[in-house]
Ligand binder design. Sequence first.
Ligand code: NDP
Length: 434
Amino acid sequence: MAESKTVHSPLLTYFSVLSLLTLCPPFVILLWYTMVHADGSVSQTFDYLKQHGLKGLIDIWPRPTATAWKIIACYSAFEAALQLLLPGKRVEGPLTTMGNRPVYKANGMAAYVVTLVTYLGLWWFGIFNPTVVYDHLGEIFSALIFGSFVFCIFLYIKGHVAPSSTDSGSSGNVIIDFYWGMELYPRIGKHFDIKVFTNCRFGMMSWAVLAVTYCIKQYEVNGRVADSMLVNTVLMLVYVTKFFWWEAGYWSTMDIAHDRAGFYICWGCLVWVPSIYTSPGMYLVNHPVNLGTQLALYILVAGILCIYTNYDCDRQRQEFRRTNGKCLVWGKAPSKIVASYTTTSGETKSSLLLTSGWWGLSRHFHYVPEILSAFFWTVPALFNHFLPFFYVIFLTILLFDRAKRDDDRCRSKYGKYWKLYCEKVPYRIIPGIY
Ligand code: NDP
């Protein structure tokens, strides 16, 4: 399996699998418990666990209830229906190593607008109160942890018995296949793309839906929304709006074009995104910090600037590739490397590597504004507790690891051309430092 070159060594993979399987589910539950029931205080939860041990953890672990399953089922069915039925432009994904070109329907922005308008409409007209979601959050996360695991087993079996394209295959190792996935773009039928569903329409959409939920919960409890919550919600919504605005571009990034559909990416999108990514907002529900208009505005503007810069980096790379280098980058003709590579089927192809603009500052400069955006939507929580900042720290580790994985993959794909790029643009993420 060609992709196995792009990921970690088998030993590190076993370690990651075991840690993900054993540590992440309890972490999700403990994070939820700490935010919602322990005042956001890690030491309070730690003391509780010290006193009650494993039984204490089992006691606070919510059982997935019928309400939780109903909420997840309605939400998933609604998002799947929007993905299938809403109109959208036909978009071709990047050529895969097996020489296939997946075709998508770009209706993400429409699905996003319909989802938020429906959700707010249900609340406004008294049909469904989003606070129900907040009040059953622990049960929902618990159901997601279990349901997503079963879903990943389904992906593994499908990869073996009914792969959707030739971009699939086994490494010969069950654990690696389950963890890193078998299919690059599994589908149900010809049109329902599973990764678009898990990553975009379930994971990213749940981020926006939960951000709005937290805001409404605070409003219903306190009769008002604190400026800290407003800054947090607006920045998260700007970020997710940017994501759906650019969703077709996302289909040519690592998550979709290189990472196979397995536990690593699918469990992450189905469980980790709704729980961990939204956690600063979860904290703010019970901590209505008042920043004052001026500070709130400074944070808001700084956050929006970072989200815009991150968007502009992605846009620049994609515009450059789309026009085959015949575009302006920061007002000038772009400087570039024409890099050739060989596909798994032995064909020689070429790609352009941009070496000016954002992509001339460092090889993964776009991760800098990504991390700063997360910092700015978390900082309204101020510094009384560490836990709201967990996502920023996690994201920093994730992106530094991702930059390395991507560098390794590109080095093995482009060989001497990647070496040339590294000579021209020597820093990996932070210009002048790393
Ligand atoms: P990208 O897929 O956008 O970029 C890496 C790919 O781009 C490489 O694999 C290579 O692919 C191509 N490439 C590399 N250098 C160049 C160059 N100089 N010129 C042209 N093409 C190049 O990276 P990511 O998927 O990591 O990021 C996409 C977005 O998602 C970013 O905004 C990032 O911040 C965000 N993100 C957010 C995460 C989160 O959890 N919040 C996690 C990960 C990403 P090829 O084989 O085509 O040459």
